[in-house]
Ligand binder design. Structure first.
Ligand code: GDP
Length: 367
């Protein structure tokens, strides 16, 4: 190998004769860390009791650590998370839980930033959580991400947490539901739960929020076709974003269309008449009007008892939902059973066993 007295070995292939004119020097060996004497402090592990104490004091670092436990799939973390949640439960419930949905690009993050900032002007604290089963942390729109909410991310009274990433929609939603309890115990009195309006996740958000807001944008006059009737039925408020510039007329037209479409739907169990408003998140127009609707909604459902009724219904829903998913998990996670399932599937596919008998056999019942 050719050597150079000043630069050491020319050990790069690019330094071969055919690349004359190009010289690549060997890199300088890096020490394993800048200061080898500096020991990285070990992350302290807190007991559930310490976490609860921190949360009740409103310590956001402790809240974050507890949420990380909630999101963990490790069984010992889940046990600790359950303990934290149980201890926080008596201090929870005291918030307005607001679900926000809309297709990507509708302006959810812009709007949450603005509405959130608006809410914080009246005092209190705001947590922004998200349900986004499609996104992994590394790709896609990471709902609830701080970088998408400039003003809120710098606000001392805002806590922004991206969607838990692991698992099924039910699993992701349950973790968000549990995080709500922790946030409330930490004194967050406004909770936004964001989701992308493209599928089942709206139902999950609806099952944990008091108010459900659908963000729409005015398009070419056919916007009603794009949303499913079921989602419109869930909405307590439909808000049309980007009502600014030469889009104002289209937004107003969309508003009229939504209003008449809502009249055809059965009246919601809350007794509230869902409202439609235009606004611009970007130019901050019409924000007061939307926020005023939310205030009036809460006053209305607190007065007629629906607030409490809906929360009880939701607690029931989550109990059965958790039983369902836990039963499935316990059934499918057993490796021995996985083998039996594969065998049964083979017999069913070759028509030697009926699917029903196979299923009952696997479930441990011989019918
Ligand atoms: P998300 O995907 O629903 O979270 O939507 P974003 O908040 O990221 O907004 C999508 C795009 O629409 C961005 O380029 C925003 O700047 C823009 N946008 C959001 N709100 C408004 C608005 O009120 N008016 C206008 N003209 N553009 C907006």
């Amino acid at each position: 190998m050719p050597t150079d007295p000043h630069h050491g070995h020319y050990d790069h292939p690019e330094n071969a004769a055919e690349y004359s004119g190009l010289t690549v020097n060997s890199g300088v060996a890096q020490p394993p860390c800048v200061n080898p004497y500096l020991k990285r402090p070990k992350r302290r592990v807190y007991t559930p009791g310490e976490l609860v104490e921190g949360i009740l004091k409103g310590d956001v670092m402790m809240l974050s650590r507890a949420v990380t436990l909630v999101e963990s799939v490790a069984p010992e973390h889940q046990a600790q998370a359950r303990e934290v949640i149980e201890k926080c439960l008596p201090y929870s419930g005291n918030s307005r839980r607001i679900g926000i949905t809309g297709v990507p690009g509708a302006g959810k993050s812009t709007s949450i930033d603005v509405f959130g900032f608006h809410a914080l002007k009246h005092g209190g604290k705001l947590a922004v959580l998200a349900i986004d089963p499609s996104s992994e942390r590394t790709k896609g729109s990471i709902l609830g991400d701080k970088t998408r909410m400039e003003k809120l991310s710098q606000h001392p009274d805002a806590f922004i947490r991206p969607s838990p990433s692991a698992g099924s929609l039910g699993g992701v939603a349950r973790k968000t539901r549990e995080t709500i309890v922790l946030c409330e115990a930490a004194g967050f009195n406004n909770i936004f739960v964001e989701t992308v309006g493209v599928g089942q996740s709206e139902t999950a958000v609806h099952s944990m929020c008091d108010f459900f807001m659908l963000i729409q944008i005015a398009g070419a006059g056919d916007e009603l076709q794009g949303i499913k009737r079921g989602i419109m039925e869930m909405a307590d408020g439909i808000v049309i974003n980007k009502a600014d510039g030469d889009n104002i007329d289209r937004a107003n037209l969309a508003k009229a269309q939504y209003k008449s479409a809502l009249q055809l739907l059965p009246s919601p169990p809350s007794g509230w008449k869902p409202e439609v408003h235009c606004y611009s998140g970007y130019y901050e127009l019409g924000i007061d009007e939307v926020w005023d609707m939310i205030d009036r909604y809460f006053a209305f459902i607190e007065k007629n008892g629906y607030f409490e009724r809906q929360r009880r219904e939701q607690a029931r829903y989550w109990m059965y939902e958790t039983i369902d998913s836990e039963l499935r998990r316990r059934f499918y996670d057993d490796p021995e059973r996985a083998r039996a399932i594969a065998e049964a599937e083979r017999l069913v596919l070759s028509n030697r066993l009926s699917p029903f008998t196979a299923a009952y056999n696997l479930l441990g019942e011989n019918r």
